[in-house]
Ligand binder design. Sequence first.
Ligand code: AMP
Ligand code: ZN
Length: 114
Amino acid sequence: MDDCLFCRIVNKEIGSEIVEESANSIAFRDINPQAPVHLLIVPKEHITSLRELNEDKCDILSDIFRMINDIAVSEGIDQSGYRVVVNTGEEAGQEVGHVHFHLLGGRFMKWPPG
Ligand code: AMP
Ligand code: ZN
């Protein structure tokens, strides 16, 4: 999608610090990190939100979670702990309409989230 920020990052039309890339997904550092480790893992296909990630998208979902666990190891947070967040819809604070998985770690986290 031409006017989608994360499609433009996927297509390398906008620069980002890419950490890992596969045929289906890409991981890059969040521009406004909320933790020492804060990456976004997104499918290359334009999918608006978690609501659209149904059983037809199993391959994409498993690729994303494989990537999340790989990156947790390479970023050194697999043993200390990490949090995966998918804001979905307005009340959850989703700002970019291309589904993305926040991977956060490197500090203690509070619960419940704000
Ligand atoms: P959300 O509020 O869940 O939609 O999260 C959107 C995230 O995208 C925020 O954490 C932003 O800091 C991040 N973000 C926005 N623009 C960029 C960009 N150009 N490169 C990397 N991350 C971005
Ligand atoms: Zn998109």
